[in-house]
Design a protein around this ligand. Structure first.
Ligand code: AMP
Length: 211
């Protein structure tokens, strides 16, 4: 399946993408994770992206489209993939069409704005293996330590309170129009994001018609 997941920052796209990737046996491509790795590796691309991400703004479309052209042409994507965080603008969605990528479904995970701020501020990430946690909803076994590789967990630079509101504004202005774009194409399915990860997964599987 070629699946796109959309939803506000903190809606649970990454968490559900990881679960779906396991079930559907396809890779997940998380553009946010790809960009954070470029930054950690100190690449030229990472240096360009860093300022945009720290401010909670979008990296310009032309960079993202080039990045995804390369990524989606690799062998592991030929039987399907899950896109978490791309496209994020109608321009990026149009570029995906122009690449000739035939998307099967677009999953929108809906969460009210009020819940988003609480969710983002509790989010923790492993800087080593990139596993994600939440202090309230998906805590590691030992506080602030990764279950998988025992590294000390960190707060994403753009999950700091001053950046969260801007990311929400950017989502409503630039990314939400994608929902109509894909509804008109007949590809959109909607799941309500719940407090519990497992409840959201049930909603997601129901929306996608997965047993
Ligand atoms: P995420 O982990 O998906 O929340 O992404 C973190 C940040 O990376 C976003 O706030 C953007 O600054 C940047 N980013 C990720 N994906 C895209 C994209 N498709 N277009 C533009 N910027 C992106």
């Amino acid at each position: 399946m070629k699946l796109i997941i959309v939803g506000a920052p903190g809606a649970g796209k990454g968490t559900q993408a990881a679960i779906l990737a396991d079930t559907l046996k396809v890779p997940t491509i998380s553009t946010g994770a790809v960009l954070r790795k470029e930054i950690a590796d100190g690449t030229a691309f990472g240096k360009t992206a860093d300022g945009y991400i720290k401010a909670g703004n979008l990296v310009p479309d032309e960079f993202m489209v080039e990045l995804m052209k390369d990524r989606l042409s690799r062998d592991d994507c030929q039987n399907g993939f899950i896109l978490d965080g791309f496209p994020r603008t109608v321009k990026q969605a149009e570029a995906l069409d122009e690449m000739g990528v035939a998307i099967d479904k677009v999953l929108d995970i809906e969460v009210a704005d009020e819940a988003i701020v609480e969710r983002l501020s509790g989010r923790r990430e492993c800087p080593s293996c990139r596993a994600t946690y939440h202090t309230a909803y998906n805590p590691p076994k030992q506080a602030d330590i990764c279950d998988k590789c025992s590294a000390a967990l960190t707060v994403r630079e753009d999950d700091k309170p001053e950046t969260i509101q801007n990311r929400l504004n950017v989502y409503h202005k630039s990314t939400e129009p994608l929902i109509d774009f894909y509804r008109k194409k007949g590809l959109l399915v909607v799941a309500q994001g719940q407090e519990e990860v497992t409840q959201t997964t049930k909603e997601v599987f129901r929306a996608l018609g997965i047993e």
